[in-house]
Write a protein that binds this ligand. Structure first.
Ligand SMILES: C[S@@+](CC[C@H](N)C(=O)[O-])C[C@H]1O[C@@H](n2cnc3c(N)ncnc32)[C@H](O)[C@@H]1O
Length: 202
C-alpha cells in the first residue's frame, strides 16, 4: 500500500462531496449513466471515492469497488448499502491487486487516472485482472490539446498534485502504453473530460 497516496486522499475527503458532489455530478450524469449502463458480468470499479458514482450504476449488477483511501470508503459505505445489486467495497491500492489473473469481465474508472501515482503500471495491473477480450470503460479528465486549456492545466498541475489529482495527464496514451487495444476516445468537454473505451487483447 502506498501510504503517502493513501494519506493524501484521506485528507481530501473533507469537502470532497461539497466540491464534486453537486454541480459536477449533475453535469456529467448523462455520460456516466450511459457508460455504466454497459456494466455486465463480474465488474471491477476503480476508485469509488465517496461513492458519488453509485447513484449512476444500473441496478442488479455484480461490482467490486476499490479505493486506496479508507476515509473515502467510509463515506461510500452508506451509499453502497443502498445499491440495488451486489456491490462489495474493498480497501486496495490498484498497484497491489490481489485477484487472480483474468478475474473480471470489465473494469470501470471515474476520475481516477489523474490520481493513481504510476498510471501506466496501474493500467497494466487492471489489464492483468481483466479476462482476455475484457473491456475497460473510463470517465476521465486529462490534459488538453486546445490552447489555452492545455497550458493552464500544465501550469496548475504542480500545485494540484500536492492536494489531489494531476490535471495534465495523457490518459488515452497511457491506456495504449499499458497494452490495451481498440482504444476509442469520446470527447465530453473541451478535450479535457472524455470517455475512453479499450479492450484487453485476446
Ligand atoms: C478524484 S477522486 C475520484 C473518486 C470518484 N471516482 C469520483 O469520481 O468521485 C480519485 C480517487 O482515486 C483514489 N486513488 C488514488 N490512487 C489510488 C490507487 N493507487 N489505488 C486505488 N485508488 C486510488 C483516491 O483515493 C480517490 O478516491
Amino acid at each position: 500500500m502506498d501510504i503517502a497516496t493513501q494519506r493524501k486522499w484521506d485528507n481530501a475527503v473533507r469537502g470532497y462531496d461539497l466540491m464534486n458532489g453537486f454541480g459536477p455530478e449533475r453535469r456529467w450524469e448523462p455520460w456516466k449513466r450511459e457508460l455504466f449502463s454497459h456494466m455486465a458480468g463480474n465488474v471491477l470499479f476503480l476508485a469509488i471515492g465517496t461513492g458519488q458514482d453509485i447513484q449512476f450504476f444500473p441496478p442488479g449488477r455484480r461490482i467490486t469497488a476499490i479505493d486506496i483511501s479508507e476515509r473515502m470508503l467510509d463515506q461510500a459505505r452508506p451509499r453502497a448499502e443502498k445499491y440495488d445489486g451486489d456491490l462489495d467495497l474493498r480497501h486496495l491500492d490498484v498497484h497491489d491487486l490481489d485477484y487472480p489473473t483474468a478475474t473480471f469481465d470489465q473494469v470501470f474508472t471515474s476520475c481516477t487516472f489523474c490520481s493513481v501515482p504510476n498510471p501506466v503500471d496501474g493500467l497494466r495491473a487492471l489489464g492483468r485482472v481483466l479476462k482476455p477480450g475484457g473491456t475497460l470503460g473510463m470517465f476521465e479528465h486529462t490534459g488538453s490539446r486546445f490552447f489555452p486549456f492545455g497550458l493552464m492545466l500544465d501550469l496548475m498541475t504542480p500545485l494540484t498534485r500536492r492536494l489531489g489529482p494531476e490535471l495534465n495527464r495523457n490518459t488515452p496514451d497511457n491506456v495504449q502504453r499499458a497494452g490495451f487495444v481498440d482504444v476509442v476516445v469520446e470527447p465530453v468537454y473541451l478535450d479535457v473530460v472524455k470517455i475512453i473505451r479499450a479492450r484487453r487483447p485476446h
